[in-house]
Design a protein around this ligand. Sequence first.
Ligand SMILES: [Zn+2]
Length: 405
Amino acid sequence: MIVVPAETHVMNRRNILRSLAAALAPASLRAQTTRQSATSNQPAAKASLPLTEFEPKSMLHVHETQVERAKFPVIDFHTHISWGDNMGGKQSVRFPAPVADLLAVMDRRNIRTLVDLTGGYGAGLQKSIATLHTPHPDRFIVFTEPWWSKAPEPGYPQFQADQIARAHEAGAKGIKVLKTLGLYLRENVRTGKLIKIDDPRFDPMWEAAAAYNMPVAIHTSDPEAFFLPIDRFNERYEELNAHPDWSFYGKDFPSNRELQEARRRVMQRHPKTQFCCLHVADSEDLAYTSELLDSLPNMTVEIAARIGELGRQPRTARKFFDRYQDRILFGTDAVPHGDEFPQQVFGDKLYQIYYRFLETEDEYFDYAPAKIPPQGRWRIYGLGLPDQILQKVYNQNASRLLGLS
Ligand SMILES: [Zn+2]
């Protein structure tokens, strides 16, 4: 038996009565009735619209501030202006954009220095330093990365600590740990059990970082939605649907919190090592991040690719910036190519959005230069930070961490 919903039933009866009335009415009245039903029936309102085609324009009349240049010189602590082979063991790096193009954007937007986190290791690291830092020591700083492909080998703990010493000698200023650690690196590099973030084989590396005053920029876990099913309840459905390989739901992946807690244990165990937790450590749970910062004096955070999260909780975020103003660094996660990740494309537009978020009290604006907000369908609110905090976030906190004058 087919059950007709009450509304459909009523509509059908109404339509039948209307057509009967129209058939019995004179021609002039009939035309009028037909016109009326064309407007009152509105079948289009019932049609469905694919989410991918929905591009609503905000009808709010709100102030739009154009921030051409940052109010104070910027150190962008989180960029990827060189990129290598993180797990395969090849010591090569490539440069997605010519250095001159980078410098042009930097000069236009008041960026003093870019920190290239993915500088590589071995010969790749040397190439990164020779291309970026050596010719422009004030404008580019290069970090090294662990030699992950050797992690399963015996003797790795000392080998990796020695690599840090060599990288320091070559001119690297810090160490970058991608989310590779915790989510990709396995006992046979790509297969076998996942290697834990607090695995003791890395202890000599963390200690070497302290010995050479090299801060560790560590990315752990990912947005909470990446650990949930890709379904209609997932607030980042479109992003995950486009990149299903970004999902860590199921299989043998630890939970978001397990990963974060393993990182906490590393920071506790190495109190002399400076850890900068990238992406605000856990930008969706600022209470948790605050608790970490309160208990770990060797921890700082940076804001790259998370203004979408901070800007949708502007009152909590503003308090967070007040309270931890000495421990928050500016970063963007900028990559100078493509348009697949609009929230990360190195260029004028990206920096202007970050400046607008930090400096103004503008309301309800896009956190990325894209037609559809790429990390979730919401908009953000500016924090309007005072000069004293802006200076710290834009450059003073990074200068201190990097030992710059
Ligand atoms: Zn990054």
